[in-house]
Ligand binder design. Structure first.
Ligand code: 2AM
Ligand code: CA
Length: 266
């Protein structure tokens, strides 16, 4: 698998941030017992990881824009390119010592995602994709799952929580999906969820109310693994709208119909 120079820069930045997060994740487990808890420590870990990534990416391409979860957006003098970065996706898992979190780095060119990296440092799983070059998990080429019916499908989702999202709307979606599928899973890192779809572990995934950095890299992973991903309206405005429905050609279509089924009248 030959990686372009740009993808290499992204991979190196993700690995470096991942190393920093791994060290801090070890520390978080010790802090669980303290009265104050690890909250502030995790915020620092998150910011530190973004700083590492931002410095590396901007050093490699000083003219590109930069949109990250933890720092102010840099517009960049190059109007065409923008990095979209989540240094720690799955913060709640990280805070609770659950090894399901990821670093997500995407490169956008003229509004299209052209390269993406998602790295889970706790399992050493590195997902990479470049437009037209396929998607990989470490050195293995990825392909979305081939199941064609929802009754065989394991579907990932995001569940809104305290102070976030529309709980009633989600419960209706869940009610409809749970009646049709083999299983529903909730990882808590949207970037990783999308990587799982690319890897064929999940047959499909849906979530709304996400941010660009949660989704950008995962969108390309799925497409390059032969999958389909749309926004809530069936369009391609996932990164800006924050909604995604994903799967292979068949499951994506079927899942879209089910999650959007109207509220039952009784
Ligand atoms: P985070 O861990 O970086 O916060 C879980 O369903 C997904 O939702 C995770 O990717 C999580 O990213 C994201 N998420 C959590 N709170 C969010 C918020 N207020 N806005 C957008 N995305 C959020
Ligand atoms: Ca996130």
């Amino acid at each position: 698998m030959a990686r372009s120079a740009l993808l290499n820069v992204m991979v190196q930045a993700a690995l470096k941030a991942g190393k920093s997060l791994s060290r801090d994740f070890g520390e978080v487990q010790n802090l669980q017992v303290s009265v104050k808890g690890p909250g502030d420590f995790v915020t620092q870990a998150d910011r530190k990881a973004e700083k590492v990534i931002r410095e590396d990416l901007l050093k490699a391409r000083p003219t590109y824009g930069f949109l990250g979860e933890e720092s102010e957006e840099i517009k960049g003098t190059d109007g065409a390119h923008r990095w979209i970065v989540d240094p720690l996706d799955g913060t709640t898992n990280f805070l609770h010592g659950i090894p399901l979190f990821s670093v997500s780095i995407a490169l956008e060119r003229n509004g299209e995602i052209v390269a993406g990296v998602v790295f889970n440092p706790a399992t050493d799983e590195l997902y990479t994709a470049e437009r037209g070059g396929g998607a990989f998990l470490n050195d293995r080429r990825l392909r979305v799952a081939s199941r064609r019916v929802l009754s065989d499908a394991v579907i990932g989702c995001g569940i809104p929580h305290l102070g976030r999202g529309n709980h009633g709307k989600f419960l209706v979606e869940l009610r409809h999906v749970m009646g049709e599928v083999a299983g529903i899973r909730r990882l808590g890192s949207a970037a990783l969820d999308l990587a799982y779809v690319a890897a064929g572990r999940f047959d499909g995934f849906w979530e709304v109310g996400l941010s660009p950095w949660d989704i950008a890299a995962g969108v390309l992973l799925i497409r390059e693994a032969g999958g389909f991903i749309s926004d809530w309206d069936g369009g391609t405005d996932m990164v800006e709208s924050g909604s995604v429905i994903a799967g292979n050609e068949h499951i994506q279509k079927l899942l879209s119909e089910v999650v959007k089924r109207p509220v039952p009248t009784r």
